[in-house]
Ligand binder design. Structure first.
Ligand code: ZN
Length: 223
């Protein structure tokens, strides 16, 4: 069994679960559960799966779901300045909904809109709605977000938290891990450590799926 390092905190990980060619490890230091590098889906396979999502602004259920994210995770945290919709997906529907509400929002997605927004003012609010579970190197992304964000900036995100029991059986039966593009699974502890390692302080989490970070100042992380 290869020794794979945790993508959040670099500790040596332990085998956790295997199914249909997917191998998951768990980190004894920060509790992250992650799919091992050699069993990750090819990027073409991943892109095809995203395109299958077919979520657009004519899908009322999807718009309602995003509106609830706006209510829980955008409105309470927006003060002023630019917003970044990170991992905006093939249609960038969240970006459109926020523009309709007059938020100055930019979108970025490594597959569908991979040009980083033009040099401009640093972002004050960064949104990651169901993105973090797809990200291969979350610490690198958080450090990058640190470098393009304003002082006092906030990251507000949604990703389903690991079953709280920590039992393999509960992970096995968990629908969220069955999507082949979901490769990183967090609990409040791994989210906290992710922030600490990249210049962000976890200031709020709801125990289920929502987390909020504030930019630490001065930055003591490894930039
Ligand atoms: Zn870890």
């Amino acid at each position: 069994m290869s020794q794979e390092l945790c993508p959040v905190c670099c500790a040596s990980s332990d085998f956790y679960f295997e199914e249909a060619g997917r191998i998951f490890h768990t980190c004894p230091a920060c509790s992250l559960v992650f799919q091992t590098t050699d069993t990750l889906p090819a990027s073409e396979e991943e892109k095809a799966r995203y395109e299958l999502h077919q979520n657009d602004d004519t899908d009322e259920g999807y718009v309602r779901w995003l509106t609830s994210f706006i209510n829980s995770s955008v409105i309470p945290w927006y003060k002023q300045g630019s917003v970044l919709d990170f991992g905006s997906g093939p249609q960038a529907v969240l970006t459109d909904l926020l523009r309709d509400r007059d938020y100055p929002v930019y979108s970025y997605d490594p597959y569908f809109s991979d040009r980083w927004p033009e040099e401009g003012e640093p972002f004050s609010l960064i949104l990651m709605c169901e993105v973090l579970e797809h990200v291969n190197d979350p610490a690198e992304v958080f450090r990058r977000l640190f470098s393009v964000s304003a002082e006092g900036a906030v990251i507000s995100l949604k990703t389903a938290f690991l079953p709280s029991s920590g039992q393999v059986g509960d992970f096995k039966g968990w629908w969220y891990r069955q999507d082949i593009t979901h490769i990183r699974f967090y609990n409040p502890q791994s989210l906290k450590v992710l922030g600490e390692n990249s210049g962000w302080k976890l200031i709020r989490q709801d125990g289920k799926s929502l987390a909020v970070y504030e930019k630490s100042s001065p930055h003591k992380g490894a930039l």
